[in-house]
Structure formats: C-alpha cells, structure tokens
Design a protein around this ligand. Structure first.
Ligand code: KG4
Ligand code: ZN
Length: 367
C-alpha cells in the first residue's frame, strides 16, 4: 500500500510517498525558514503563503520521485518520465496517481493558516482522485518516523522532543497509548530557539546552539534543573531565564540589561560556553526523565523523535547514561517531514480515516 503524506503544520511544506509504512519512495521538504530568520521566529502569514506557493509542485515532485524509485525506468525511458510527468511502464503511460492508494495529511496541532493549506489540498485531491483520506496528529507522527527504518516493539516508550512539544508517551499498541508526562511551559526545542535568540544565533536555534556548543565548555555555567511534582513532566522556561541571567552577568551587566543587546556585548567564547552549558542542562533533563520512565515501565523499545532528537550531544548522552538502547529516526526525518505522516496513517489504519468533505484542521489537536 502506497500512501502520499502531506505535512504543512508549521514552516515546512512536505510531501512524501511511503510503501507499507516502511519503504520511503520519496521525501520532498521545502522550508520557508530563511524567510522567517530575520524575524527570529515563524511568521504565520509568511508560512501560509509559502505553503500555498509550493504545495502542488512539492506533491508533484514526490509523485515523480516515487515513480522513479519504485520502477527504476531504463535509461531510455528516464527522460520521458521526467518530461511528461507520467509513469513509463513497458510501452504504456500511466497517470502517476495510479500508484497511490491513499492520502494522509496533518490535521494538527500547528498554525491554523498553515494547516488549512495542507488539509484543503489533501481533501481536494482525495475527492478528485477518489482516494481514501487519513487525518494524522503531527506530534504522534514524529514517533512513526522511527518505523521507517527500524522495527520498534511494544510496549514502546517514546520521548517526543520538538519545537512545539515535549511529551513522554507509552504506546501499548498502535492507537493505544498513555501520556506519562509533558512540558508545563516551553517545549525543549522552543528553549533551544529562545536561547539561540539571546545569543544572537539564527532561527531555528537548535542546530546553531549545537554548533557553538561544540566549541564551548559545558561546565562553564551552572544552570539549575527544574524540580517537578510529576517526575515525568518537564519545564524549560526557568532554564532559558537562567541562561539570560548568566549572559547578563558574564557580560558585566545587571538583570535590567536588555536581552536584545547581549549578542553584541558577549564574546565568541562566552557564547560558546553559554550554548554548551545550556545544551548540557537541557539534554541532561531529557535523559534523566527518560531513564525514570524506562525503569518504571520496562518498555520493549525506546524511541526519541522530533527535531531535537537530531542533537548529537543528546544522542551521545543517551548512549552513555541510559540503561536501554534508543531508536532514532534518520537525522533527516527528525525534523518535520511528510514521510512520518504517511507512515503513521499506514500503522493507525481505520482509526485515522477521515471524511474528505468535512475534515477540518485543528491547531490545538492533542494526542
Ligand atoms: O520537529 P520539528 O521540526 O518541528 C516541530 O514539530 O516543532 O522541531 C523543530 C525544533 C526546533 O526548535 C529546532 O531548534 C530543533 O527542533 N532542532 C534541534 C536540532 N535540530 C533541530 N535542536 C537541537 N539540536 C539540533 N541539532
Ligand atoms: Zn514537528
């Protein structure tokens, strides 16, 4: 079964074709991140407009790439396939939609204007091409990115660490899970982004914090970890403020010094030390909470997914301090993509079926 996935919840317009929930036939991701960089965060109107501009070419590209991958046409037919946008199969030409069995789309959570573009496109295509439609929760789908090249077993403990969410979930089966804990304020990716802004690094902050941290001393600043009532919950807002205070002090100013002026007065090595100390503190919290849950629930598999799961320091820390091996999606599938949406639809099956005439985006859809 080949599913076309469509994802537009934030600033990535993505389309992908996945066969039987495992085989990645195509994966097209077009990001509007450069357009948001100047503003230090995602501007919803700009995100929605760029989805509108690239969603149809993106879907088209995903269909073409999938054809090329599943049929590996002979050298002579390659050009024809590319030029005509049709599948060459022997001497006959097929509509590229013939290979698609269903369409899956992110219903939420995310930005309403962005979600609308994906949902309305998917609904229209499902009706026009007469394909079943699946509605997928974006946060849950992050976990399914790991099913693309691994075989996690149940019970499956998943730590989802993204720009919008930090959730610890115990899956007993597909469609059957228990939320163990979540962040009570900022998501961990959001904390990476906010700390990057304090230090003057571009949005999204995760990769630039990781890069600066590699040159810094992770023990230069002592940053406190939040104490939580529920040991499976998280809080990162205090850590972000602790970085701000440490930066103000390190630059020789008091706490009234505006954060917007910090990038100019901090030295390169101070920024690297602050980035490394923050990264260590944030990742230590994630790993410590995860270990508690592993000990309590004794899962058969542990998955870490979402944008922050691409952080190499986090993976190293997990490798050295957790009692269990962790399964990660491929680096490219940690951040937002549509392959995880298509994979989730395959495994969730009937439970995710949606009406193409009425499916509405839900910006605050919860798991
Ligand atoms: O999963 P994702 O692409 O989007 C959401 O669903 O939110 O996650 C994006 C988040 C951003 O906050 C970004 O800074 C963070 O993932 N991120 C990273 C890294 N790459 C992306 N954080 C830490 N280290 C990274 N290498
Ligand atoms: Zn995401």
């Amino acid at each position: 079964m080949k599913i076309l996935g469509i994802e537009t919840s934030c600033d990535e317009t993505a389309a992908a074709v996945v066969e039987n929930g495992r085989k990645l036939l195509s994966n097209v991701v077009s990001s509007s991140v450069d357009l948001h960089s100047a503003y230090g965060g995602v501007v919803p109107e700009i995100a929605a407009r760029s989805h509108l501009e690239v969603i149809l070419p993106g879907i088209d590209q995903a269909l073409q790439d999938a054809i090329a991958k599943s049929h590996k046409p002979k050298a002579t037919s390659k050009k024809r396939v590319k030029d005509l946008g049709l599948k060459a199969h022997g001497s006959r030409l097929f509509d590229p939609w013939d290979q698609i069995d269903a369409i899956a789309v992110t219903q939420g959570p995310g930005l309403l204007g962005s979600l609308l573009i994906g949902v309305l496109t998917a609904r229209t295509l499902a009706i026009a091409q007469n394909k079943p439609l699946y509605a997928i929760n974006h946060v849950e789908a992050h976990v399914y990115a790991s099913f693309l090249d691994s075989k996690p077993n149940f019970p499956l403990l998943a730590l989802i660490v993204s720009g919008g969410h930090t959730q610890l979930v115990l899956f007993e089966a597909h469609n059957r899970y228990k939320m163990l804990g979540q962040t009570l304020d900022d998501a961990v990716g959001e904390a990476y982004d906010k700390v990057a802004k304090i230090l003057g690094f571009p949005y999204p902050g995760g990769p630039s914090i990781a890069e600066a941290a590699a040159k810094g001393n992770p023990r230069a600043f002592h940053l406190p970890a939040a104490k939580m009532q529920n040991p499976h919950d998280f809080s990162f807002s205090g850590l972000k403020t602790a970085v701000l205070r440490a930066a103000q002090t390190a630059s020789g100013h008091d706490f009234t010094f505006p954060s917007t002026k910090l990038p100019k007065v901090l030295s390169g090595s101070q920024k690297a030390d602050l980035a490394a100390s923050f990264q260590r503190a944030a990742n230590q919290t994630l790993v410590a909470v995860l270990q508690k849950a592993i000990t309590e629930s004794q899962p058969a598999s542990v998955v870490m997914a979402g944008g922050v799961a691409a952080n190499k320091n986090l993976r190293e820390m997990a490798q050295t301090s957790l009692s269990t091996e962790v399964i990660y999606p491929d680096f490219a599938l940690c951040t937002d993509n549509a392959a995880m949406i298509a994979a989730a639809a395959f495994y969730k099956g009937k439970k995710a079926r949606a009406n193409p005439y009425s499916l509405a985006p839900d910006p605050s859809l919860s798991m």
